[in-house]
Design a protein around this ligand. Structure first.
Ligand SMILES: Nc1ncnc2c1ncn2[C@@H]1O[C@H](COP(=O)(O)OP(=O)(O)OP(=O)(O)O)[C@@H](O)[C@H]1O
Ligand SMILES: [Mg+2]
Length: 268
């Protein structure tokens, strides 16, 4: 375990050096600096988002569980000087992409928190459909070409941007583990200066795609489906994640029995 901790610390220190190199002498971004303000805006339809269970754009009872998660997440990120959070699961369909989008909208409601969502579940990209966003984004294609093109990253409001994919890719593990991919993502982070980067990754137990990218994140959240994920799957997924990164915890999603009496519903 100590070897893992030390490897993670080294990887983080190397990334920090790169970020410092790109922004010498600064720790702080200004709202107008870098390519962020010039990113193309995507127009989103609130009705479409809600019908896809993306409900955290505005404060309220639907958003409260994501707001609590965001507060805990931010505290951990700030305490450790981390930015990158992988969102993954043992098997497909547990709710990773829905959670990534909701957490992103919740975080981006904080005025001083800039959020970048990177979709790297490249066999099954789904965020364009879920968000109802224009179908011409190809962030993975840009990674494969090896040249940064900021038109592949779109802003949804002042604090939130998405790097998405309209089409699936076969066998993406090579691309995800390539040094050039890591360099491009480091450079994008250095230029856009997000406070939080949420990475929507593939499920851990069905391919090596997620594992191929885990060295590039600071920590991971595992999403499990309450009636779908077996304890043995959660256990195996947690162990696999822990060999590569810090596991923040497991989000138990799709809990039918919590809807009324157990869900927290504080007055606004
Ligand atoms: N809390 C929830 N309650 C009920 N349904 C949910 C919940 N969260 C997500 N879903 C639904 O479950 C399905 C899968 O969700 P989503 O696409 O977010 O999962 P995923 O883990 O990203 O899947 P994949 O591995 O296929 O990318 C969607 O139809 C989504 O609307
Ligand atoms: Mg998904």
């Amino acid at each position: 375990m100590e070897r893992i901790q030390s490897a993670l610390a080294k990887a983080r220190a190397a990334r920090d050096r790169k970020l410092q190199g790109a922004n010498p002498g600064t720790g702080k971004k200004t709202t107008e600096s870098g390519p962020w303000p010039g990113l193309t805006e995507m127009k989103l339809n609130p009705g479409h988002l809600e019908s896809n269970r993306i409900v955290a754009m505005h404060p309220g009872p639907n958003a409260s569980s994501f707001d609590m998660m965001r507060t805990n997440l931010l505290r951990t990120l700030r305490a450790n000087g981390w930015t990158r959070v992988a969102i993954t699961s043992p098997t497909p369909g547990c709710g990773k992409s829905t959670l990534a989008a909701n957490l992103a909208f919740s975080l981006a409601r904080l005025a001083d928190t800039r959020v970048l969502v990177i979709e790297l579940d490249l066999r099954h990209p789904s965020l364009i459909r879920m968000l109802g966003a224009g179908a011409d984004q190809n962030f993975a294609g840009m990674l494969a070409e090896g040249k940064i093109d900021y038109s592949q990253i779109r802003r949804a409001g002042p604090n939130l941007a998405f790097a998405l994919n309209a089409h699936p890719m076969e066998n993406p593990a090579e691309l995800l583990s390539a040094a050039r991919t890591a360099d491009i993502i480091d450079e994008i982070e250095a230029q856009l200066r997000p406070d939080v980067v949420l990475v929507d990754l593939s499920p851990v137990l069905v391919s090596d795609d997620a594992i191929a990218f885990l060295d590039q994140v600071d920590c991971a959240l595992m999403v499990a489906g309450a009636d779908e994920s077996r304890v043995s799957e959660i256990d195996k997924c947690g162990k696999d994640l822990a060999t590569r990164t810090q596991v923040l915890g497991v989000v138990l999603n799709k809990c039918r029995h919590m809807e009324q009496e157990e869900s927290l519903n504080y007055p606004e």
